[in-house]
Design a protein around this ligand. Structure first.
Ligand code: FAD
Length: 340
């Protein structure tokens, strides 16, 4: 069996890349070790720029699948500041639903989907012209191609759980605490996702929530609708994202801390950029575009991580911004959090 593009990893980055490449006329095969619908610890918010890319790929989650996200709210102690997205809403939906939607779009376009197929388990995979590593943070493809060298790497830990509860807001809420952030995403009319991010690998949601009494009160009595699930969140910049005919997308190709909420949007942008580069056969142009795409999210994540490290600064900044909400809105716009 032969294919033009063999994508290892059928998560959001791999499926988006498969869709984008298939739309350019390539024969595409995706192999993933897991079976659908694939879940992952995630905040499950997609920024407006990511939603725009999904639309370009012909992926339009229905109102039954996803909730619009109107903006971002930061809370710390008594201070709260929020700003709506300036260029249309983002989206929030369960990862399992996102996976089903992306997989069915890929299948409708004629992408060959090989589930339960690992790169490294001796499974028979088609030979290919281009090999795409979309196999996440611990990418085997990256390792095998000798692309592991990073100029920058920093780890934190994330845990998420869902609660059967009507959302009280259509904003993503980021609650800042002394040891962690907890963010809340309304993922359906009767369910919210609660995700913890911290530098402490031992910290779990229940003990972290004790530092957020108001949030804890809101969750009191609500039934947990999923088990607590964890993942590392990595700030990583790779020196290179391709070698020969092997190329990386999504988290396999480097990532920013989850606090920026950019991972999915970036993955979708990689998909478009790579499909363009495959058409021209110039992976160097993908490398250049990949670096350009990474710059702004890395800056935003770096700034937010500084606020995590210096609590007194964060509290002062939030208190000042809470007095002047339009300044926070202008800040989000100038950081272009909702566009690329
Ligand atoms: C706690 C947390 C919260 C987050 N919140 C947000 C958020 O709110 N918004 C946002 O945009 N981003 C968020 N992110 C980031 C986002 O989850 C990732 O950027 C996104 O999942 C990257 O997609 P991916 O397809 O590159 O990788 P993955 O989703 O990890 O998919 C990789 C796929 O590769 C497969 N695979 C792995 N190894 C092999 C192998 N050897 N052979 C075959 N298949 C293999 C896996 O089964 C998996 O399906 C968050 C991350 C964390 C940890």
């Amino acid at each position: 069996m032969r294919t033009d593009v063999l994508v290892i990893g059928g998560g959001p980055a791999g499926l988006a890349t498969a869709i984008a490449s298939r739309l350019k006329g390539f024969d595409v095969t995706v192999a993933d070790a897991a079976r659908p619908p694939i879940d992952k610890a995630c905040g499950e918010g997609i920024l407006p720029a990511g939603v725009a890319v999904l639309h370009r790929l012909g992926v339009r989650p229905s109102d039954d699948d996803a909730l619009p996200l109107r903006g971002i709210r930061f809370l710390d102690g008594g201070a709260s500041v929020e700003a709506p997205f300036q260029f249309g809403p983002g989206l929030a939906l369960r990862r399992t639903r996102l996976h089903q939607i992306l997989a069915s779009r890929a299948s409708e376009l004629g992408v060959r989907l090989l589930w339960g197929t690992r790169l490294d388990d001796g499974s028979k995979l088609p030979s290919c012209r281009w090999l795409v590593g979309a196999d996440g943070q611990n990418s085997c493809v990256r390792h095998a191609a000798g692309l592991d060298r990073a100029s920058w790497e920093f780890l934190r830990f994330g845990f998420r759980r869902h609660y059967r509860l009507s959302p009280w807001t259509d904003f993503v809420e980021v609650h800042w605490g002394p040891r962690c952030q907890i963010y809340v995403t309304p993922v359906s009319p009767d369910e919210i996702g609660v995700a913890l991010l911290s530098r402490d690998s031992h910290l779990r949601l229940d003990s972290a929530l004790e530092e957020f009494p108001e949030l804890q009160k809101r969750l009191q009595g609500a039934e947990a609708s999923s088990a607590e699930r964890g993942a590392v969140t990595v700030s990583r910049r790779l020196r290179r994202v391709f070698r020969g005919r092997t190329v990386l997308v999504g988290d396999a190709s480097g990532s920013v801390d989850a606090i920026a909420g950019e991972g999915l949007s970036l993955s979708f942008h990689h998909a478009i950029a790579l499909s363009d580069a495959l058409c021209s056969g110039q992976l160097a142009s993908y490398q250049a575009e990949h670096s350009r795409l990474a710059r702004r999210p890395a800056f935003v994540a770096g700034m937010l991580l500084s606020l995590d490290r210096v609590p007194w600064l964060r509290r002062s900044v939030l208190r000042v911004l809470a007095l002047k909400p339009p300044v926070f809105a202008r800040l989000l716009t100038s950081l272009a959090v909702d566009q690329h």
